[in-house]
Design a protein around this ligand. Structure first.
Ligand code: ADP
Length: 163
């Protein structure tokens, strides 16, 4: 049976940190569905840079040569998505200590909702441990360059947005 994992997040936009987790995750899973999930906490803020459709398009572009990656959208519970789509694992990335508490709560809650789906954590690649989409957005707001931290389709899209 195929081991399908989902990698949920807001991906606004996808960064090299996310790409690293996905690439390494492919060693453990047959397929990964990158799920752009709307996070009510983040959604409320006016800090969205790309629309959900734009984020999906960018992720597809980044993985266009990788048939084992699919990209989808979810507006509901991660565990409902898993049940409806034959997903047996949730993949998450862990950065510095700050991620732990929140991830621990989410994984525990998700396991309560569906004990058949486990959450797997991968520690970030050391080049990316300080990168988050939010910090990149802050840098961009002040006109800084994020070229080192995002895949090229994102960099191009950022250039277009700026002009
Ligand atoms: P953020 O907005 O914090 O960058 P997302 O909501 O898109 O992140 O996160 C999706 C998942 O990717 C989460 O598990 C998050 O911890 C992980 N992640 C985000 N950035 C990195 C990174 N630089 N290295 C490893 N994992 C990361």
């Amino acid at each position: 049976m195929k081991r399908i994992a989902m990698y949920p997040g807001s991906f606004d936009p996808i960064t090299n940190g996310h790409v690293d987790i996905i690439d390494r995750g492919l060693r453990a899973f047959d397929e990964i569905v990158v799920v752009v999930a709307t996070n009510p906490r983040k959604q409320e803020s006016k800090s969205s840079l790309f629309s959900v459709d734009e984020r999906v398009k960018l992720i597809r572009e980044v993985f266009k040569d990788e048939p084992r990656i699919r990209v989808d959208i979810s507006t509901g519970l991660i565990m409902d998505y898993a049940r409806d789509n034959g997903v047996s694992a949730v993949l998450r990335g862990l950065r510095a200590a700050g991620d732990f508490e929140n991830e621990f709560m989410m994984a525990s809650m998700n396991r309560g909702l569906n004990p058949e789906v486990d959450t797997f954590f991968m520690v970030t690649g050391h080049d990316w441990f300080f990168i988050s989409s939010s910090i990149l957005k802050e840098v961009l707001q002040f006109g800084g360059s994020v070229a080192e931290y995002v895949p090229s389709p994102v960099l191009e899209a950022l250039g277009k947005k700026r002009s």
